[in-house]
Design a protein around this ligand. Structure first.
Ligand SMILES: NC(=O)c1ccc[n+]([C@@H]2O[C@H](COP(=O)([O-])OP(=O)(O)OC[C@H]3O[C@@H](n4cnc5c(N)ncnc54)[C@H](O)[C@@H]3O)[C@@H](O)[C@H]2O)c1
Length: 312
């Protein structure tokens, strides 16, 4: 789809972070924008900000873990705009688990899987038939190098990183590959894309625990404080890393450019993290050890007493 003007975009997780940036960029391209999010007030604010900039925007409170809610979103989009052309399954929740993976709270697993995996599946199920009927459109699923490439072994807070988040993002990559082939088999022009937001991003994902829904309430007593972005930055700086946030606009550029070029892998320019991909391929081909597993700073994780988990 070369010309986005007048087309309709739906972005889940649109109330903040990357989703909000996508909404702004799509609006800037002359698209009508539907932001969907489970958080009503931030959604309202984000939608109003778009409208204040002359963008035709609608906010629809949606819980991607609930299929009937995503179906209702699709119905509302068609009612308002009569079509949908770009669907970004972007809503996500970050790492809240602490300790080793066998110590993670089952409620953390369920929450992560429901939002990050089932949420994407719900988006595909509700929207792809509409796109197929139109004969054109794009599905963009937000993945992460953390899981999409390989799981980050040690988290930003020093202890073992959560195993929940990367597992869900590995699933997002896998199901987007399946979506790509299934769409191809039908001969449609509808395309699937996988988005890898690059760099260090200042979004709510680092502190997802602030909006933990009651039905995923923790069932275990926490031993360590919840991670905060401020603490993560502090640790990075203490480790000698230069902390610089990547503008969210560059992630939106990856998406708009990727749509224009029909690019499956929506990624930024090559970074040192790409080496994990080749090291992993080499390890598989050599039937070796997974020695490509690194920490959040790209360093090899060495044994250290467990401290805190938590990763985007
Ligand atoms: N920030 C990063 O560094 C980074 C890196 C790679 C991938 N990602 C991915 O990007 C996507 C967007 O995250 P972000 O970084 O902008 O974080 P964010 O927390 O700012 O945005 C995520 C949005 O998803 C919404 N959400 C959570 N649960 C939901 C539900 N059940 N239904 C509907 N909406 C729900 C949240 O309310 C929030 O507005 C996520 O999928 C995340 O995993 C982020």
């Amino acid at each position: 789809m070369k010309d986005l003007r007048g087309k309709v975009a739906v972005v889940t997780g649109g109330a903040g972070g990357i989703g909000q940036a996508l909404g702004r960029r799509f609006g800037g391209e002359g698209m009508k924008v539907v932001l969907a999010d489970v958080l009503a007030d931030p959604l309202d604010e984000a939608t109003r900000a778009l409208a204040d900039n002359g963008i035709e925007a609608v906010g629809v409170v949606t819980d991607v873990t609930d299929y009937s809610s995503v179906e209702a979103l699709a119905t509302e989009v068609l009612r308002r705009f009569g079509a949908v052309h770009v669907v970004c399954n972007n809503a996500g929740t970050g790492g809240v688990s602490e300790g080793y993976m066998w110590e993670h709270d089952l409620a953390d697993w369920r929450w992560g899987i429901d939002v990050n995996v089932l949420g994407v599946i719900h988006g595909i199920k509700a929207f792809v038939p509409i796109l197929l009927e139109q004969g054109d459109g794009h599905v963009v699923n937000t993945c992460s190098g953390n899981g999409g490439f390989a799981p980050i072994a040690r988290g930003a807070m020093g202890g073992p990183a959560t195993a929940v988040y990367p597992m869900t993002k590995a699933a997002v990559l896998c199901l987007t590959e399946s979506l790509y082939t299934h769409l191809q088999m039908t001969g449609t022009r509808v395309r699937a894309h996988v988005l890898f937001p690059g760099g260090f991003l200042n979004t709510g994902i680092w502190e997802s625990w602030r909006h933990r829904p009651p039905r995923y309430a923790a069932t275990q007593q926490r031993r360590t404080p919840e991670p905060t972005l401020a603490k993560v930055v502090e640790r990075f700086e203490a480790a000698g890393a230069r902390v610089e946030f990547t503008p969210l606009e560059s992630v939106a550029d990856q998406v708009v450019d990727g749509i224009a070029a029909d690019r499956f892998w929506m990624m930024g320019p090559p970074t040192p993290a790409d080496q994990v991909v080749s090291a992993k391929a080499a390890s598989i081909l050599a039937r070796g050890e997974p020695d490509y597993l690194v920490d959040v700073l790209g360093q090899h994780a060495e044994a250290e007493p467990a401290a805190e988990g938590g990763m985007r």
